[in-house]
Design a protein around this ligand. Structure first.
Ligand SMILES: Cc1cc2nc3c(=O)[nH]c(=O)nc-3n(C[C@H](O)[C@H](O)[C@H](O)COP(=O)(O)OP(=O)(O)OC[C@H]3O[C@@H](n4cnc5c(N)ncnc54)[C@H](O)[C@@H]3O)c2cc1C
Length: 224
């Protein structure tokens, strides 16, 4: 059985930040990842979203300035944008894994499960450590209503080869509002369904309502 001082159970941003903090501690550390090294943020979340948002900002700005110095407003070619994103992201997990290795962390691919407080099993082998850091992140919750098997999550949407003509978002949280803006700017007809009295309840009402007004203006412009 292989023994470590510390095992990082999951290799997303929490694990990489822990690894940076542990640099120079002379601890023997192993990072285990069952999917893509780097976790949600670089592979499925913040970073692909910010990449797509870069194009959206330019397109929306050109639409707002049409007839005020810009002759022809630009539009998004979603399929090409997505091909560009996929090509740029091809090496992301390897680069992220290299980030761990460069910090002196050993890496292991496989889905881990606890055997006891100090032991994990991965690919039929056992790995022991004084400390196991649970850094497994979160998963989208499956919704419990008839037809929910046909719904998609943000991972699917940020990887869509073709833009849907119409999209309905269930819930008006921050991720939903961000991705809705991307798809609306690209030309999908977007609706957002929320059971609370307003979107993004955790955020200041004034700022949220400004955002909602902006989203209405930009999606109207796109339809013109
Ligand atoms: C669409 C979207 C946009 C986002 N935008 C932003 C943003 O702009 N700014 C921001 O700050 N945050 C953003 N986030 C949130 C951010 O991605 C998360 O807060 C961050 O990734 C959490 O890091 P983590 O390390 O805790 O978990 P994760 O990144 O989820 O990493 C956990 C890792 O553990 C692995 N794992 C789980 N179980 C096991 C197992 N049994 N064995 C082995 N490995 C396992 C998973 O495969 C995963 O790779 C966004 C998230 C989404 C979905």
């Amino acid at each position: 059985m292989k023994k470590y001082d510390i095992i990082l159970f999951g290799a997303g941003p929490a694990a990489i930040n822990f690894s940076r903090a542990a640099q120079g501690s002379h601890k023997k550390i192993l990072a285990i990842e069952g999917d893509k090294f780097g976790g949600t943020c670089p592979n499925y979340g913040c970073e692909p979203k910010i990449f797509l948002e870069g194009t959206v900002r330019i397109v929306l700005a050109s639409q707002l300035l049409q007839n005020r110095g810009i002759g022809q407003a630009s539009t998004i070619d979603w399929s090409t944008l997505m091909k560009t994103k996929k090509a740029a992201w091809k090496n992301m997990p390897e680069n992220e894994e290299m980030g761990f290795k460069n910090l002196g962390i050993e890496t292991l691919h496989g889905y881990a499960k606890f055997v006891n407080n100090h032991t994990l099993e991965v690919n039929g082998e056992q790995y022991q450590a004084d400390k196991i850091v649970i850094a497994t992140g979160q998963k989208p919750r499956k919704l419990n209503f008839p037809g929910s098997e046909y719904t998609h999550n943000s991972n699917d949407v940020l990887d869509l080869d073709n833009l849907p003509e119409k999209t309905v978002f269930i819930g008006a949280g921050i991720v939903s509002m961000e991705i809705a803006t991307l798809l609306a700017a690209a030309g999908s007809q977007v609706s957002i369904v929320e059971f609370l009295s307003r979107p993004m309840m955790a955020f200041s009402e004034k700022h949220v309502m400004n955002t909602v007004e902006e989203m209405k203006i930009t999606s109207t412009l796109i339809k013109v």
